[in-house]
Design a protein around this ligand. Structure first.
Ligand code: SAH
Length: 358
């Protein structure tokens, strides 16, 4: 493991406490966080109003960066995908999706994932560890650095979706910290509606998200309209079934007065059938919710296939006829394996091939 923490992971209270205990002035916390999150500086030396001795102390105690860029690929549709290497030598992926005046960043929250959903490539990596808040924030900062290289007065990232590698609610503490830093008016100043945390359905953590008042919107990967279908695709359903999940989302809606977005992956003969469409209507009709349908992206599982265009149309027709709000998501970045469920680090295979050829 890495031997010291990323300074961006600290809350302002934690940074103040550290400064006091190190014989420094606690008001410097605000200056430092300004440089980190508004200035988005690349080194402690750039913190001009912080005395050099304080900068030295900080540098000895905290990493200012945790990621290095290992690769960046661009899709024909303008989507960019970065491969970042963590300080302890693991890899994560981050995707930036430009659309009109929006720049959305899809961040990873864990190295790998333990949820083991049948249709997702990240699942095949297994789980290594949670990302620190600083590592999640740095993904966004690095995308901003990239945008700045395109033009001097480039806009910054506008929306964050927690839909990259990992299950955000299994790393709730650090996801909460990340959202608070993003939401903080003095730092990123990002509105609650511009951040969406997506979960496979970790029911008790949905309640915790509400209890903590984490500044974000909630998306739930439904992907199944009955327990048999959902458990086959998502093992998490064997622990918290559909009834428990829907009770949690109902509570979320009641307590936050916000709707839930249900994501729904369309899989041939499994989730994209007339019966599933009717069951989806039964789930959605009594609820304040929106549905994002996503056609299955190549999941490297031969048993799961995307539906034909006519099957998709039929499915949408049934749901729309019931006046349910459903949007078919346009897949972005498929050609560079940046679309939903395609993020996975594959160097091990390459290394293996190298060893063989050597
Ligand atoms: N663990 C979180 C966030 C990561 S997955 C979650 O489950 O919500 C982000 C979204 O991608 C989820 O809605 C998931 O259902 C979807 N997804 C995963 N694999 C996919 C695939 N092969 N094709 C299309 N969507 C996929």
């Amino acid at each position: 493991m890495v031997k010291y923490q990323d300074i961006k992971s600290l809350t302002s209270d934690e940074l103040k406490k550290w400064l006091r205990e190190s014989g420094e002035k606690s008001f410097r916390a605000e200056q430092i966080q300004n440089w980190l999150f508004r200035g988005q500086v690349k080194s402690y030396d750039e913190m001009l109003n912080v005395p050099p001795s304080t900068r030295d102390q900080l540098a000895a105690a905290f990493r200012i960066h945790s990621l290095t860029e290992a690769d960046c690929s661009e899709s024909s549709d303008g989507t960019l995908k970065w491969l970042f290497r963590t300080a302890d030598g693991h890899h994560i992926e981050t995707v930036m999706i430009p659309a009109n005046d929006r720049f959305s960043v899809c961040v990873s929250t864990q190295i790998g994932c333990a949820m083991n959903c049948a249709f997702c490539r990240t699942a095949k990596m297994g789980f290594t560890r949670n990302l620190e808040a600083g590592e999640i924030l740095e993904q966004i900062i690095r995308v901003n650095w990239h945008l700045k290289t395109l033009s001097e007065d480039a806009p910054e990232v506008t929306n964050i979706i927690f839909m990259g590698m990992g299950e955000p609610l299994m790393n709730l503490e650090n996801v909460h910290r990340t959202c608070c830093t993003l939401h903080n008016q003095k730092l990123f100043n990002m509105g609650r509606k511009r951040m969406t945390v997506s979960t496979s359905g970790v029911v008790p953590r949905i309640k915790e998200l509400v209890d903590r008042n984490t500044p974000c919107c909630l998306a739930v990967s439904l992907n199944g309209t009955n327990d048999e279908m959902r458990s086959r695709l998502m093992p998490v359903n064997k622990t918290w079934n559909l009834e428990a999940l829907l009770a949690a989302t109902d509570e979320y809606t009641r307590r936050t007065d916000n709707y839930v977005t249900f994501e729904f992956v369309l899989i041939k003969d499994i989730t994209c059938t007339e019966q599933a469409a009717k069951e989806l209507v039964r789930i959605a009709a009594p609820r304040r919710c929106k549905i994002n349908a996503i056609v299955l992206n190549d999941s490297s599982d031969a048993e799961l296939q995307p539906p034909e265009a006519e099957e998709i149309d039929r499915f949408l027709e049934i749901v729309r006829a019931a006046k349910i709000q459903i949007t078919l998501r346009n897949p972005r970045g498929r050609d560079i394996l940046a679309a939903c469920g395609q993020l996975a680090y594959q160097q091990r295979k390459v290394e293996h091939a190298d060893t063989k050829s050597a």
